[in-house]
Design a protein around this ligand. Structure first.
Ligand SMILES: [Ca+2]
Ligand SMILES: [Ca+2]
Ligand SMILES: [Ca+2]
Ligand SMILES: [Ca+2]
Length: 351
């Protein structure tokens, strides 16, 4: 830092890497790229040199995911192995980089894997999605592809088929599909697997079911991809899923009325009905149709007992004949239209 005062080559926060640049055919020890001599036309002579990125670039790519400001996690020694990590906080995403290091196993020969459990708290979402990247000799590494390559002299040549696997290994590879976690009391336990001298990067975001870049909790259409989030009437239901985006009092067909209860007063020959409003009203004002049918498995010819009632009660003065029965169904309705009579039944529109 003192030298940086007078010599820009020593600027702070920068590193200079010196590497041996002539890693032909896998003979280099400290190279950041591999150089493979390729014989394309099969005449036994070199036609080109293929450049293979080595794992070093994947480490750089992982570090590029992180913030400038990092929180250090408490380091621990477990069975002689040093574990540590950092958290890279952002508003919408938290990233954790966990590493371990066994100073006696400089070639990462030990096959053991470890599980580091992060106990996350203060998670502001109901559901989280975690993506992971691992880096070690088995992940995001050309190690095994180089092992499988036939050994040739530094000036020998390889066929395109021989180096195809090697060329396919030079990118950072995500470790499995993203995983969803339910957040309970603001937290969840995140298990991260890594092997000796390996690192793992975990990226924790709010779940985004429709993959439009807006987490479920702040997406105004959580099940429909709508990156623009357009909402003309400002009712917090986007144009893409609002039944009327010029009417802030209505946004979706109502859900099902539930818990229908009947009381029959034989003396008064009256059946009283009550129910609970749908949990998803779809609008600020709900009305109800009450239908009666003598065919319990067919409401297509049902009678309207009450049309557009504005409370969760209704009554019917019909008394079934001895030995006969009638059934009732209640349908909620709002400015978007009538809800259904349930998954298995249909019935006439009431006037
Ligand atoms: Ca979304
Ligand atoms: Ca959406
Ligand atoms: Ca709207
Ligand atoms: Ca609306």
């Amino acid at each position: 830092m003192a030298r940086a005062e007078s010599d820009a080559r020593y600027a702070r926060h920068e590193a200079v890497l010196t590497v041996w640049p002539f890693d032909y055919n896998g003979t280099g020890q400290t190279s950041v790229t591999g150089l493979i001599r390729v014989d394309d036309d099969g005449d036994g002579t070199e036609d080109r040199v293929a450049t293979i990125k080595k794992g070093f670039f994947n480490y750089i790519e992982v570090l590029a995911h992180l913030n400038r400001e990092l929180d250090a996690l408490d380091a621990q020694n477990v069975a002689g192995i040093r574990f540590g990590g950092v958290r890279s906080p952002e508003t919408d995403v938290q990233r954790f980089l966990i590493y371990n290091h066994d100073k006696y196993d400089t070639e990462s020969i030990e096959p053991q894997e470890f599980t580091a459990t992060l106990q996350l708290s203060g998670v502001p979402w109901d559901n989280a999605t975690v993506r992971r990247w691992r880096l070690d000799r088995d992940h995001s590494s050309s190690y095994h592809a180089y092992q499988a390559l036939p050994v040739r002299a530094q000036n020998g040549v390889y066929t395109p088929a021989e180096i195809a696997d090697l060329e396919a290994t030079d990118d950072l590879v995500e470790d499995g599909p993203p995983q969803d976690y339910a957040v309970v009391s603001g937290g969840f336990d995140l298990d991260l697997t890594l092997r000796v001298n390996g690192i793992v990067l975990a990226e924790v975001r709010e779940r985004d079911l429709d993959a439009d870049g807006w987490g479920d909790g702040r997406d105004n259409c959580p099940l429909i991809s709508n990156p623009s989030q357009t909402d003309q009437d400002g009712d917090d239901h986007g144009l893409a899923c609002d039944c009327n985006d010029d009417d802030a009092d209505n946004w979706a067909l109502p859900g099902e009325a539930t818990a229908l209860q009947l009381t029959h007063d034989a003396g008064a020959e009256t059946t009283s009905l009550s129910w609970l409003a749908p949990s998803a009203p779809g609008g600020t004002t709900l009305l109800y149709d009450t239908l009666r049918s003598e065919l319990l498995n067919d409401f297509s010819g049902a009678d309207c007992v009450e049309s557009d009632g504005n409370d969760t009660e209704s009554s019917d003065s019909l008394t079934p004949a001895a030995g006969a029965a009638v059934g009732f169904l209640v349908r909620a309705e709002n400015g978007c239209g009538p809800g259904s009579l349930g998954g298995e039944r249909v019935g006439p529109d009431c006037p």
